[in-house]
Write a protein that binds this ligand. Sequence first.
Ligand SMILES: *Cc1c(COP(=O)(O)O)cnc(C)c1O
Ligand code: SF4
Length: 341
Amino acid sequence: MTNALTTIDALDAAGLATGAKRELLERVVERFRLRITPEMAGVASGGVAAQFVPDARELVTRPEELTDPIGDRRFSPAPGLTHRYADRVILAVTQACEVYCRFCFRRETVGAAGVLPEADFLQALDYIARTPAIREVILTGGDPLSLSPRRLESVLARLEAVPHVESLRIHSRVPVVAPARMDGAMLAALDRDKPVHLVIHTNHPDEMTPAAQAALRALSRAGVAMFSQSVLLRGVNDDADVLEALFRGLIRNRVKPYYLHHCDLAEGTSHFRTTIAEGRALMAELKRRLSGLAMPTYVLDIPGGAGKVGLMGAAAEEGPDGWVVTDRHGGRHLYQDPERP
Ligand SMILES: *Cc1c(COP(=O)(O)O)cnc(C)c1O
Ligand code: SF4
């Protein structure tokens, strides 16, 4: 198999279609795009397939679910840009991804358009250039490493030319889900004067194929510092053995586990969501098994846009009505674990 799977027919032919009724799956992929790379289609495990294969349960939207679950659009000073924390911005340089994840918190926008138009990029660059508080620019998307190396190089070069921008960060799934893209041209584009931190999104140890391992080794040799972020997903990785294998695999491949995200309230994702208590119990168990270096921070992106909050410390308290989380400005927010569907 050499092409990405993008239709239910192709899934059927690959033996990956779920048991659900055909017409339901067609409705799911009309609403939320389908794309699975050959590398991920080639990993037979259920934990990997469930992240990418459409499921009829995605048609169920629960009352607490939101089209903009973490409030990115509320904090957008220029197209593609979100400025929530004073010293850093996220810049969505493309809406395209190599795979479309069934639980993505940006599932309403990914795949809809391609690369951020040049005029929009220039507006974002202008905002960054006249906002000296910004020290770090985080490229996101979509997936920034789905850009051509030439486009990526042009974006990175112009951002690092802003004197007060001290470091660049890229959030990507590509090194794991489409490792062949990490070729010499891509590595050259990532070789900058200013530091480049790559945060790799990966959720299951079986995603770490030999090709992914080779890509991570090449990135490390190119001087890119690597971290990971994972989403806690029911039926995929809500198991201490699976998470232990995931984080050990990352350390073996030169990647420092950074964040474990509580699953955001994106539409049609309730079947993936664990409770916060389940996540905390998993983290407590991992702490008994893993070195500090292998432990990520378990975080919730507070629905509505108040930012991320650690779920293992004093900022999260269980009360009679649900969890009360305290944001970095001292604001308190109620988070109720959704009822199981
Ligand atoms: C998550 C996020 C960041 C990065 O936060 P870190 O804690 O530095 O990883 C930056 N900006 C926005 C808007 C975010 O949602
Ligand atoms: S690769 Fe990232 S942005 Fe793209 S669909 Fe998956 S989670 Fe969403």
